[in-house]
Design a protein around this ligand. Structure first.
Ligand code: GRF
Length: 194
């Protein structure tokens, strides 16, 4: 990327712990800035995170997300170069995939290509992993295309699943890895390799 400051939009639907980890990591940086947080759920925790970091947050419901004119205008207003999904539950429309080709990342809380796809989010994922008797799990960070969790994986991290670990225990272990790796992979993708 030739521009000096990379501007990112973080899209989130929930509590925003990954959004927080990203904002903390890039807090004092001049080369990468989160210029806007986009959330589709009124009252979601991520609005508080945005407030705490002084980052503008915009409520964008499904109909607006799918409205090409208004979405591209919104992202242009915040000079967005790339999009980072952090617990965003809506499918990214194809006009956005085309407009930001190779520049939309997602984090999924399991080792793709297994345990992904429509409906596989949050605790559904960790329960499926435990029920399948897996001995390890971990986040996958991948490029986003028009299908849930199918874009090219660019990073995975692993943690063992111990005998007797509940889905909640696995979720906790995976989340620690998410918070560590997501900002670093974002840095590598948008700055070092940009
Ligand atoms: C994370 O587990 C992430 O992998 C998934 O959604 C969850 C979001 O959690 N895509 P949070 O809102 O960042 O706490």
């Amino acid at each position: 990327m030739s521009k000096k400051v990379v501007h990112l939009a973080v899209f989130a639907s929930g509590g925003g712990s990954n959004a927080r980890a990203i904002l903390e990591y890039f807090r004092n940086r001049e080369d990468l800035r989160v210029s806007v947080i986009v959330c589709n759920k009124e009252g979601a925790g991520v609005f508080e995170v945005a407030k705490a970091f002084g980052v503008p947050a915009v409520l964008v419901k499904k109909a607006e997300l799918n409205n090409e004119g208004s979405m591209l205008e919104l992202l242009a207003r915040y000079e967005v170069d790339g999009i980072v999904l952090a617990g965003f539950l809506l499918l990214i429309p194809s006009f956005l995939v085309r407009a930001f080709e190779g520049k939309i990342l997602n984090i999924h809380p399991a080792l793709l290509p297994r345990f992904g796809g429509p409906g596989m989010h949050g605790m559904h994922v960790h329960r499926a992993v435990v029920e399948a008797g897996e001995t390890e799990s971990g986040p996958s960070i991948h490029l986003v295309n028009e299908r849930y969790d199918e874009g090219a994986v660019i990073h995975q991290a692993r943690t063992p699943i111990d005998k007797g670990d509940t889905a909640e225990a696995v979720a906790k272990k995976v989340l620690v890895l998410e918070h560590y790796w997501y900002p670093r992979v974002i840095e590598r993708h948008f700055i070092n390799a940009g």
